[in-house]
Design a binder for this molecule. Structure first.
Ligand SMILES: NC(=O)C1=CN([C@@H]2O[C@H](COP(=O)(O)OP(=O)(O)OC[C@H]3O[C@@H](n4cnc5c(N)ncnc54)[C@H](OP(=O)(O)O)[C@@H]3O)[C@@H](O)[C@H]2O)C=CC1
Ligand SMILES: CC(=O)[C@@H](O)[C@H](O)COP(=O)(O)O
Length: 239
């Protein structure tokens, strides 16, 4: 007799971005494990429409209210609820059936919906590192209060967490975060003073959104990641 596994209902904040669209590829490859409950974007309405038609979520949210009519009309006749605006985006994560919220918006805008998802006791897959950079202590405290598990998505932190699984009684001597160095790793100070945005947007290894790519070129990303790693470790220790 085969036992049926309940599919995880997933909400993807920032589904039109680099992380969001890769997550949808994973869902497409594992339709037996995951179902898309909600998708959100800021401006990329055409991509959101295409994603909604493919994955048939319960709800879609476009943060830019000027794009609402276009989204609504394109999805008319489909059993998909259509919302617009920042408030709707923050509220959709609270919906009862959602199991996992993938926080993959870029920047500070990701903080509020992530907090709402924690308070709604959802499992959080956290890509939006800015959430921990600006409010790490608050997030850790809320995650403990509401017993919402947080899983790192950022590659280095995810790798560290996987290494630490089952090893939390072992004292950690040190954690080394590797850095690619970005496209300017071998540049002299003089060369650095002449670099252009287009060069900064060409990461040597990864295809990522524009902000993290620029942050990587300036090494700012690694600074964020050190803060992120500290927050995740404090969080892990208190659980
Ligand atoms: N890309 C990667 O490989 C990695 C990314 N991260 C982190 O994950 C997060 C996402 O990165 P990435 O996928 O590269 O970013 P992208 O720029 O590719 O995607 C950002 C997503 O967020 C949406 N968005 C942007 N601003 C807003 C807003 N104000 N309100 C609502 N939605 C918004 C965008 O919508 P729209 O398309 O409409 O603009 C898009 O769906 C970042 O915090 C980044 O640091 C961490 C590790 C690796
Ligand atoms: C893919 C990922 O997780 C990024 O955070 C990446 O690691 C950026 O790396 P660098 O900042 O070292 O270029």
């Amino acid at each position: 007799m085969t036992k049926e596994i309940k599919k995880k209902q997933i909400a993807i904040l920032g589904s039109t971005g680099s992380i969001g669209s890769q997550a949808l590829q994973v869902v497409a490859e594992h339709p037996d494990l995951y179902e898309v409950y909600a998708l959100t974007a800021n401006n990329s309405v055409e991509q959101l429409i295409q994603q909604a038609r493919q994955f048939m979520p319960e709800a879609v949210v476009i943060a830019n209210e000027n794009k609402y009519e276009e989204l609504k009309q394109a999805l008319a006749g489909l059993p998909i609820k259509v919302y617009a605006g920042v408030e709707a985006l923050c509220q959709v994560v609270e919906s009862g059936p959602i199991d996992i919220v993938l926080s993959a918006m870029v920047g500070y805008a990701g903080l509020k919906p992530t907090i709402n998802a924690i308070k709604a006791r959802k499992q959080i897959a956290l890509a939006n590192k800015e959430t921990l950079v600006v409010a790490g202590e608050l997030i850790n405290s809320l995650a403990n209060t509401y017993k919402a598990p947080i899983l790192p998505v950022d590659s280095e932190h995810s790798a560290i967490f996987q290494c630490l699984a089952g090893e939390f009684d072992n004292p950690i001597e040190k954690i080394i975060l590797t850095a690619s160095g970005g496209p300017f790793r071998t540049c002299s100070l003089e060369q650095l003073s002449l670099v252009k945005k287009e060069q900064a947007l060409k990461h040597p290894n990864w295809e990522m959104g524009a902000k993290i790519t620029i942050d990587s070129a300036s090494m700012m990303n690694k600074g964020f990641e050190v803060i992120e790693a500290k927050c995740f470790l404090v969080y892990a220790r208190t659980r």
